[in-house]
Design a protein around this ligand. Structure first.
Ligand SMILES: [Zn+2]
Length: 124
């Protein structure tokens, strides 16, 4: 085999391994999934629209217990894939809270018991 081909093959294998190792640690767990928005009813009188991770409460994000590192991606059926970027006083054990753009949308979601897919992020 020519050295250049071998190098390319090695690169392809490395790339493939990186992909697989990223996808592998997915874990499926049944959790109690509720919805919230950044209003005072959901976040208390001191609601300021900033999550526990320091990121603004915009778009899709998830509040999860402390054992879920910030940045962990979770796939929630009916919501999509979103990162864990927030915490919550009541969010302990097998509970998740999903951010919605409005209080009405959060209420509409209600509380669901769902099988979610957790993708752990690497320690960096
Ligand atoms: Zn709200």
């Amino acid at each position: 085999m020519k050295p250049i081909r071998r190098q390319r093959l090695l690169l392809a294998v490395t790339f493939w391994l990186a992909l697989v190792s990223n996808a592998l640690p997915a874990q499926i767990m049944t959790m109690r999934v509720s919805g919230f928005c950044k209003c005072e009813i959901c976040c208390g009188p001191h609601a300021c629209g900033i999550t526990a991770s320091g990121r603004p409460a915009v778009g899709k994000l998830i509040a999860a217990p402390r054992n879920f590192r910030f940045g962990t991606m979770i796939e929630v059926p009916g919501y999509g894939v979103a990162p864990v970027l927030d915490r919550g006083g009541k969010i302990k054990g097998r509970r998740l809270d999903l951010l919605f753009a409005s209080h009405a949308a959060a209420k509409k979601w209600g509380v669901r018991f769902l099988k979610v897919k957790i993708r752990k992020v690497r320690n960096t």
